[in-house]
Design a protein around this ligand. Structure first.
Ligand SMILES: [Mn+2]
Length: 359
């Protein structure tokens, strides 16, 4: 089977004869082409054309072996798309509404006589359950995060800035074989740790700070994601209590999660513990998201996902947090594979509260 043929049943379900794919993660998944520019056209009579430009041509030819490669030097993207659709007798063609720019749409309207059918990211369904090969890459990506965490502990000292910590995390992951970050690292110290997605800045670490580090890398196209919160020096009673509550919530999820639960149920395990401990309103984000070619993928675990079944074979982050305004916050995040009867945790970094000695 040619790799992109996995999409044909989805075209069938949507009652379309073809699909124009612009989402680069979907293109990579279906063709093996790893660069960042191109449009894929699949037709149900068994044709796939990948359009790109000279910069990527040789790479596309060598990676996307199951596709015919088109060079935009011959004609524009929209003209080539129109030509392929006409040659293959297409009357209804799907396009991804979430990643198609208005200008792309105008171009398609101009050059395609076919009926254009906007669709959600329907191809993501294929990517929810990971293959053995994908799991291998995800395991390795998370392991690289573990190695970086182990090293960064030696760098967390008074006077070092959040930006320096973020830069070093990136460096350590690349030195272990990552191609880069899966998202810019979050390093939030002291009161900044009360902001779940604080942007690292020039703030220098001080004794008594919580230091939350949320980071991940890309390994052979696959993303990792982990968060650890440590204390520089001795933790006070309130810090200890917040930390212990978040860890208890995370452990409960890790013990109870299994395939077949809804995203809301999984999230609810952690949320109930945090709320009962008196921190209602302090855990304002969802518990988790899946990860793969992209850092945030469905399925999701949050209070709004009552209809989302998290099937065995899905990846899920488990990242409860408590954030107290003007004080600080804690998040602990692991990346797990959801299985029939539980989960496999890909993260192995320690989770007991680390109080880094001031030297
Ligand atoms: Mn995450």
């Amino acid at each position: 089977m040619r790799s992109w043929e996995r999409a044909l049943p989805i075209l069938e379900e949507q009652s379309v004869d073809a699909m124009i794919v612009r989402d680069m993660a979907n293109i990579r998944y279906l063709t093996g082409y790893t660069n960042d520019t191109g449009v894929l056209v699949i037709t149900k009579d068994g044709f796939a054309g990948l359009i790109t430009d000279f910069r990527f041509l040789f790479q596309a030819k060598s990676e996307a072996k199951d596709c015919e490669i088109f060079d935009v030097a011959q004609a524009s993207y929209d003209e080539l798309i129109g030509r392929i659709l006409t040659e293959h007798g297409v009357s209804r063609v799907a396009f991804e509404r979430g990643v198609t720019l208005y200008g792309d749409y105008e171009g398609m309207r101009k050059h395609c006589t076919q009926e254009l059918v906007p669709v959600d990211n329907i191809l993501i369904e294929l990517r929810k359950i990971k293959t053995a090969d994908e799991l291998e890459k995800l395991r390795r990506a998370e392991h690289i995060g573990d190695l970086a965490f182990e090293r960064i502990l030696g760098d967390i000292k008074p006077g070092v800035t959040e930006l320096e910590i973020a830069a070093k995390l990136t460096y350590y992951m690349c030195m272990e074989g990552a191609s880069g970050n899966s998202f810019p690292p979050i390093v939030a110290s002291g009161v900044n740790s009360s902001m779940p997605h604080a942007i690292p800045g020039a703030r220098a670490l001080r004794e008594g700070d919580f230091v939350t580090m949320d980071f991940g890398c890309v390994y052979e196209g696959y993303c990792s994601d982990m968060t650890r919160t440590v204390v520089l020096g001795k933790a006070d009673a309130k810090q200890k209590e917040i930390y212990a509550t978040v860890l208890r919530a995370q452990n409960a999820v890790l013990e109870q999660i299994r395939g077949g639960m809804t995203g809301m149920e999984i999230d609810g395990i952690a949320r109930a513990i945090i709320n009962e401990a008196g921190y209602e309103g302090c855990f304002g984000h969802g518990l988790g998201h899946s990860v793969g070619l992209e850092i945030h993928e469905p399925p999701y675990a949050n209070p709004r996902r009552q209809n989302e079944i998290v099937r065995a074979g899905s990846m899920m982050t488990v990242e409860p947090g408590i954030y107290v305004e003007n004080f600080g916050g804690v998040r602990i995040e692991d990346l797990v594979l959801v299985t029939e009867d539980g989960c496999e945790n890909f993260a192995h970094s320690p989770k007991e509260l680390i109080e880094l000695p001031i030297t």
